[in-house]
Design a protein around this ligand. Structure first.
Ligand SMILES: Cc1ncc(C[n+]2csc(CCOP(=O)(O)OP(=O)(O)O)c2C)c(N)n1
Length: 280
């Protein structure tokens, strides 16, 4: 068996939770593979990791892996993850969400988790659509594209997830694609190692819903699109604006040091144990 495949198999609940629900050609398997290889490479014990999700296709990930896992309600993964992190700060808490889960129903939680700089890693699989429920528009469906709720084309403008995370105060923001699987593994490693709220936005393909409605071809065609439209952030700095138009940057977009919520919370608890707030 191929070495990389063998590593991934060690982490799967392969005799319990399979076959998985993902369509052939979906990007979610590549994201899960990159996540597992990142954790393996960083040498974390399975029990040190908590994988939390909400609801959606990508949110099925925790079911398939043998970490501490929590499959919560739609849009609320970050709130459950926050509770875990505050109760058990030594655990590495990773949250996987779809664009709808993280930015539509969970958008408010996302902004405030970033603002508070809670030490979590958020992996957002951005396939520009609600995959699980049949292809409705999400906040990342681009203007002019089709969905089942926008059959005459979408008239709203898409959120840029990474820019939103950066503006809301995340300590680490990165963007990758499932086409660039090795880069993705590296970004996930950096995000997990980062102290503070770290985000990995992953551009992925839903060729079954989004691709079909917009005549984007097969999953292979959509992967090729990722290849031709992603520009490494280092390269983008030297490119004229018209060459960047319609494309997106990949790599580490933000990396900064900010006070971490769980540490601040611990300090506050110490103060509260010692004396009343007035005497501080
Ligand atoms: C409170 C609530 N509202 C709506 C739903 C229905 N629902 C399930 S998944 C989903 C959207 C998933 O889209 P996304 O987060 O982009 O994930 P994907 O399936 O594309 O991976 C919705 C609306 C739900 N389960 N719970």
């Amino acid at each position: 068996m191929h070495h990389e495949t063998h590593i991934v198999r060690q982490y799967l609940r392969h005799d319990k939770k399979f076959p998985h629900v993902w369509c052939p050609g979906c990007g979610n398997g590549i994201v899960l593979g990159a996540l597992i290889r990142a954790i393996h490479h960083l040498d974390y014990a399975k029990d040190d990791i908590v994988l939390v999700s909400g609801i959606g296709c990508s949110s099925r990930m925790p079911a398939y892996v043998d970490f501490n896992t929590l499959h919560t309600v739609h849009g609320r993964a970050l709130t459950f993850a926050t509770g875990i992190k505050l109760a058990r700060p030594l655990l590495k808490v990773i949250v996987v969400m779809g664009d709808g889960d993280a930015i539509a129903i969970g958008g408010n939680h996302f902004i405030h988790a970033a603002r508070r700089n809670i030490d979590l890693t958020a992996i957002i699989v951005n396939n520009s659509i609600y995959g699980m429920t049949g292809g409705q528009s999400s906040p990342t469906t681009p203007y002019g594209m089709r969905s089942t709720t926008a059959p005459y084309t979408h008239i709203e403008h898409a959120f840029n997830i990474s820019e939103l995370a950066a503006t809301a105060g995340a300590a680490f923001v990165s963007r990758g694609t499932v086409y660039h699987a090795q880069l993705l593994q590296g970004l996930i490693e950096k995000a997990i190692e980062k102290k503070g709220f770290s985000v990995v936005e992953v551009i992925s393909q839903c060729h079954i819903q989004y691709g079909k409605l917009n005549q984007l071809g097969s999953h292979i065609d959509m992967l090729k699109w990722q290849k031709t439209h992603a520009i490494p952030i280092e390269k983008a700095a030297d490119m004229p604006g018209d060459q960047i138009e319609g494309k997106f940057t990949i790599g580490v977009l933000v990396d900064r040091e900010l006070p971490i919520y769980s540490r601040e919370y611990e300090k506050t608890r110490e103060k509260a144990r010692g004396c009343s707030p007035e005497s501080q």
